[in-house]
Design a protein around this ligand. Structure first.
Ligand SMILES: [Fe+2]
Length: 267
């Protein structure tokens, strides 16, 4: 019975850390990027555990979700070393690369002590969840269990985006100062998409404020109540909105935007 498998999470974490430590040999920006992804994987796994508990998952399924999150960005490291970027272009789709390394080349067997005891269907659930974690739209033909895990991992991954933005700071994320952003206005197309609760079409961003609003709109990807709760508990999205725009008409729009976010997260 698949649900009787008990995972040694400490050992899995130790083996993942050992794998990540390979990248200590990298230098400067590459090393910083690798360290950031190691930290991201750990935080996403922890957030995922809380969200899975909030959704009423049992111990086995919580552990399965936690493991997938520990593994979900394994493809990032090769991508960073070769391309010095997080951009998924051409053959560098980090999600597909990670799924291939882990499940096709058998890295999971080294990382999970009792990999062979996991039910075949759940091994495929794990592979699919890694493979599709950065998809804009999931494929239609996923089984309900695969879809549940794919969505859970996507949401857990997104809960860490706001931390990443806040920690990096305005200049790093946008290439402009906070003052420059607060002095600009929002484009109609980006505001309209926001109030339809759609993730922004990045190609339509034209002003500095649009870039920030597009990031705030990422909260609309949180379908589950447990993920929304996590976002509120973390407080990073709140920090991103704890600002005041210079021009009164823009600030008025921003007040409505903030009210919409609060309403959505509390639903
Ligand atoms: Fe990722």
């Amino acid at each position: 019975m698949p649900n009787e498998v008990v995972f040694d999470r400490d050992e899995i974490e130790r083996r993942c850390e050992e794998y990540f430590s390979i990248y200590d040999m990298t230098q400067k920006r590459t090393r910083e990027m690798c360290i950031a992804k190691t930290e991201h994987s750990r935080i996403v796994a922890s957030n995922c555990e809380d969200i899975a508990k909030g959704q009423g998952f049992d111990r086995y399924n919580i552990d399965l979700a936690w493991i997938i999150c520990e593994l979900h960005d394994f493809g990032r490291f090769g991508q960073i070393i070769v391309t010095h970027s997080f951009q998924d272009t051409g053959r560098w789709n980090h999600a597909h690369l990670g799924a291939s390394l882990l499940f096709k080349h058998g890295l999971v067997d080294d990382l999970i002590p009792n990999w062979n005891e996991i039910d075949e269907d759940d091994r495929i659930v794990m592979e699919k969840a890694v493979y599709h974690h950065s998809d804009f739209h999931l494929p239609e033909n996923l089984t309900p269990r695969k879809r549940t895990f794919c969505r859970l991992i996507q949401e857990a991954d997104q809960t860490d985006i706001f931390r990443t933005i806040v920690k990096a700071g305005w200049k790093t994320i946008y290439g402009h100062t906070k003052e420059e952003i607060l002095d600009s206005d929002f484009s109609d197309a980006i505001v309209q998409a926001f109030f339809r609760h759609e993730l922004a079409d990045y190609s339509k961003r034209t002003t500095y404020a649009d870039f920030h609003l597009a990031h705030i709109a990422l909260c609309f990807g949180m379908e589950s109540k447990a993920s929304r709760h996590k976002i509120m508990e973390q407080g990073y999205l709140h920090q991103m909105m704890d600002i005041e725009f210079t021009h009164p008409a823009v600030e008025d729009k921003f007040q409505q935007i903030k009210a919409e976010v609060r309403k959505y997260l509390n639903e």
